[in-house]
Design a protein around this ligand. Structure first.
Ligand code: PEP
Ligand code: MN
Length: 339
């Protein structure tokens, strides 16, 4: 951190800041320029609130140098992480791109099994499907609950696909972890720090969706909550953010992919379904995500989107998914990756 002093500060003002820096257990280094004096605070003390120094007289501003995240950052681990989806060999990260696909919600045995077989056939490595749904409207379909989890586990038995499903509350973690391979934290829960810590105490991989108003820094700090509990298997997911736009459900911020790659060793996948809200946009944005360096995708696929109980508008058919996978293979190949 650098403390920038205002013009006209005296030795007394500098001494006061130096005293505060030392009280925080940090070392100081004073640089007197022709116009300004700046004081560098040296040492890694992320737990102290250094911004309080702003109160000292003649302090202009505090400029942080270290990123506030640590275990999720490249500073701590240089090589990109490969994160297993299950114990069966499905992995996100590395040169191979991984695609997770399935319905928004588990609706019935017939619906889930049809999609599961189709997406596996097309090359998906994970099966998504919500059993507990975080609905904005309390009168909307809330999911099948444990019955949905049972169906997901049966679909895994039949297809070998890793099961990815959302957990909405601390009290649900044990139940969902009994059935799922990957615990999904939804956008609405990215700031639920108790839930992040609780999934960090499990041995299940966590798919962490970006909060729809979260900054990159807040997103990585959320991952940090999980990793700090001992669970290093975290996959980030960009699913679009809230903007003023109305022609999309969310604005898919693909720029976060290179930014995450620069800042973190964690893999990042993209959700073009929630990230756009419209089925016609799913294929182009999937291609763009892979071209931009995403490690995978999570896509909503429904055998009969017109009759889907949730998110029908953004769901693609199994046939469209198979065509998309062929296109994605070519995009992957063009950038030296495989799918
Ligand atoms: C979902 O993936 O089913 C979901 C609800 O996504 P999000 O949390 O990104 O809205
Ligand atoms: Mn959905």
């Amino acid at each position: 951190m650098i403390v920038v002093m205002k013009p006209g500060c005296t030795q007394e003002h500098v001494d006061r800041v130096v005293k505060l820096i030392r009280e925080m257990g940090l070392r100081d280094h004073i640089i007197v320029g022709t116009e300004r004096t700046v004081i560098a605070a040296i040492g890694d003390k992320r737990s102290v609130d250094k911004s309080a120094i702003e109160h000292a007289p003649f302090v202009d501003r505090i400029v942080p140098i270290l990123a506030p995240y640590k275990v999720a950052s490249r500073e701590v681990k240089k090589e990109p992480s490969l994160v297993p989806l299950d114990g069966m060999g499905a992995v996100i990260g590395g040169s191979r791109i991984g695609v997770i696909a399935g319905p928004c919600s588990v609706e019935s045995r017939q619906q889930l099994f049809e999609v599961a077989h189709a997406v596996r056939e097309a090359g998906a490595i994970g099966l998504r499907g919500g059993a507990f749904k975080p609905r904005t409207n309390p009168y909307s379909f809330q999911g099948l609950g444990e019955k949905g989890l049972e169906l997901l586990a049966l679909a895994r038995e039949q297809t070998g696909l890793a099961v990815v499903t959302e957990v909405m509350g601390v009290e649900q973690v044990e139940l969902v972890a009994r059935y799922a391979d990957v615990l999904q934290i939804g956008t609405r829960n990215m700031h639920n720090f108790n839930l992040l810590q609780r999934v960090g105490q499990t041995d299940k991989t966590v798919l962490l969706k970006r909060g729809w108003s979260a900054t990159l820094e807040e997103f990585l700090l959320a991952a940090e909550y999980i990793i700090n509990e001992g669970n290093h298997n975290v996959i980030l997911c960009e699913r679009g953010i809230r903007t003023h736009e109305t022609y999309v459900r969310n604005t898919l911020a693909l720029g976060i992919i290179p930014a995450v790659k620069r800042e973190s060793h964690l893999p990042i996948i993209v959700d073009p379904s929630h990230g756009t809200g419209h089925s016609y946009m799913v294929a182009p944005m999937s291609r763009a995500a892979i071209a931009a360096g995403a490690d995978g995708l999570i896509i909503e696929v429904h055998p009969d989107p017109e009759h889907a109980l949730t998110d029908g508008a953004q769901s693609i058919t199994p046939e469209a998914f198979a065509r998309l996978m062929d296109e994605l293979r070519r995009v992957a190949q063009a950038i030296g990756r495989e799918l």
